[in-house]
Write a protein that binds this ligand. Sequence first.
Ligand SMILES: *[C@@H]1O[C@H](CO)[C@@H](O)[C@H](O)[C@H]1NC(C)=O
Ligand SMILES: *[C@@H]1O[C@H](CO)[C@@H](O)[C@H](O)[C@H]1NC(C)=O
Ligand SMILES: *[C@@H]1O[C@H](CO)[C@@H](O)[C@H](O)[C@H]1NC(C)=O
Ligand SMILES: *[C@@H]1O[C@H](CO)[C@@H](O)[C@H](O)[C@H]1NC(C)=O
Length: 775
Amino acid sequence: MKMHFSPAALVLLISALSSPTDAGKCPKMCSCDGAKLTVACISKNLTEVPPTVDEITLKLDLRNNNLRELPRGAFTHTPYLTHLNLQRCNIIIVSEGTFRTLGRVVSLNLAYNKIDVLYQESFDGLSSLKELHLDHNRIEEIQPGAFTQLGFLNMLGLTHNQLVYIPNMAFQGLNNIKWLRLSYNSLNNLAHEAFAGLFTLNRLSLDHNELQFFPTQTMNRLREVTRLDMSFNPMTYLGEESVSMAKLTHLYLDHMSLQDLSDQALSGAPQLSHLDLSHNQLRNLEPLLGPKELRSLNLTGNPSYCNCYMRPLRQWASVRRVKLLGACAGPPHLSDEPLQAVDPQKLRCRSRGETLKDEFEREDERSESALPTAKPKPKVKCPANCDCDADAQHATCEGRGHTKVPQGFPTKTQLLDLRSNHFHYLPANSFRGSGQVVSLHLEFCKIHEIEGGAFQGMKKLYYLYLSDNDLTSLEPEAFAGAPELTYLHLEGNRLVQFPGSALKLLPSLFVLHLERNAISKVEPSGLLSSVTPKLRELYLTNNTITSVAKGALDSAYLGILHLDSNQLTEMPTHALSEAASVEELSLSHNSIRWVGPNAFQPVSQSLKRLYMDQMGMEKMSQDALAGLGPGLRALTVRGNQLEELPDLSPLSGLEVVDLQDNPLLCDCSLLPLRRWIENITLEVIAICANPPEIRGQKVRDVKVFMSCPENVSPPDEKVVVVASGGLSKVKKPKPSLSKTPAVKAKAKAKLPKAAKKKPQKKPVSSNAKHSKKIL
Ligand SMILES: *[C@@H]1O[C@H](CO)[C@@H](O)[C@H](O)[C@H]1NC(C)=O
Ligand SMILES: *[C@@H]1O[C@H](CO)[C@@H](O)[C@H](O)[C@H]1NC(C)=O
Ligand SMILES: *[C@@H]1O[C@H](CO)[C@@H](O)[C@H](O)[C@H]1NC(C)=O
Ligand SMILES: *[C@@H]1O[C@H](CO)[C@@H](O)[C@H](O)[C@H]1NC(C)=O
């Protein structure tokens, strides 16, 4: 066996051999099996890979430690590893070249860590790898070329991450991939060439994402895929030729929101044998054209209505021997009858005069045996002065002058739109019988009081819009009985206090809008973590907040915090002392003149976007941004009174920076800024205001710095001068770039905007999605 050692590895090896504690070369805290050549150091709170692992080790299990960052060359001393387990190691960064010496590893497990970006060379060297587990991380970005070295990989697991978008060629290089698992992300967009080059892929899991449309173009590239799982995506409709995949045999489209499916939707999937359409909203389905091999069609959990419109499907299934799974949801005399068992002759439309027992499904009046040429349009019960659409499960009484909440909507209604009426007061049990409503609109209803229990019984309520009413306070029981509420809009009211006590009844609250109220203080009673532990986004823009009490916003989960357009005079650092997940913080339009040292220390590990425009800021301490590093992607301090700036060079991951409209004093104290501007790939607009003779010139152009001591800045003919204003964005990389991952990230990133930033779970879009679903 020929061995190659780096000198460093040799030193380690020698020290391992001579280590007194180590009879069988087993690092202390680990257990070693010399016969099987395995080493396990599980749950030992290790902060680095033990350097004394025997170099002939084949399996190394480091589960449950605290490694945080995997440096380059972390495994140089164990070149024979075949299995490496790094699950639950608190890993945030995998440096480029970490695994470069591990050419024999076949299985690498990095699940349950905190990795957010996959860099271009993170997996270099793993030339034998067959399985890579990256599930349960925080990956939002896959850099082009991340996987190019993994030519033998069979299975790539990326489930439970935060991917929103897959760019073109993201998986290039996976020449032997069989199964790609992307379940449980937030994917809403796949580039047409996202899966280009995956010629061997036969199984693709995309379930539990946010795809609203079947990504036909993208999927067409996958000629070898036989199993595709798309379940749990919010698709409402599958049009003609949506699926065109020559070898597809198993297709999972269950638990979506399908209202309709064209009979030609699967015409390009001739080999399809199993189609799962369970748990959708399909009332009936026509015989499917295209799949000649279909064996099973699962319609379980659909509101299948067994009347004459179902007969063609039923007859087709018998002739073709397609097994139909599922049961009739109506009419009453057939309900719960298995589709497979129901006699086609019984699938009729009722004749005139027959009693209409069914609550919703009043049939149209065609003769009973005629097969339909158009779909039936059932009429439904609906309160006066409202419109209800039973198929769409949608009811609206918008702007109809109601002074009381109308009663008697169809019980299946999911979207109830009551905006722009004049309710003034919502008494308890205002929405009796609306137990299926998911989205309730009560904007512009002049509501000034909500009685406890007003929403009682709304067990499925997920979105509640109370914006632009006249609420001055909320009773503690105001939201009783709606425990699933996730998105709450209270912006544009007159609330004078943070409604902490009312929010205690909302354990699932994820997004809270309180913009444009009259809240002047956020007090400790509003301690987020005890009130709404899952709150992720909090919008307090445009209140009159003068102070935020210590710890008031502490919450391990809070990710987006908008405190802009308030009356803060100090940095709310102490309010965030335990808010270690904040990624976006907006403080613009307050009057904070001074930003002291360590102002962002509590959120320095998580912060990605920091906005501090128009605050009248006169000075930032040299250490104001201490702790912030490559993780910060956006920084704006536009329109302040800053004459100088702290050193920005640690912020090597910036993609957006706005320093405009500050009266910068261009003398030697600004030299670090000048050098930084010259050194980075961003176009930074920074203008000198003083001394007067160079007022209006760009910091990067002025000559004053030539005379400063230790100025070694090169002539800058490479610099592109920007003429226009606006935010500075990523520009072409300069050839002299360093190779730090972050800089490379910028240079290589060609992702569209959407890919870089996870769209906030804005109720608007979620609601759009929802409306779509039930329209
Ligand atoms: C793990 O190590 C860290 C620092 O290395 C220490 O702060 C922490 O208390 C340790 N935890 C346990 C459970 O030993
Ligand atoms: C049909 O769908 C139901 C509900 O999703 C599921 O439990 C069942 O296993 C499926 N049956 C088959 C044969 O796929
Ligand atoms: C704040 O609210 C006031 C009154 O509603 C409005 O005129 C102003 O434009 C708002 N400012 C911002 C920044 O939204
Ligand atoms: C310029 O960039 C390189 C690489 O990022 C870095 O090492 C160096 O310190 C930077 N110089 C200045 C003056 O910021």
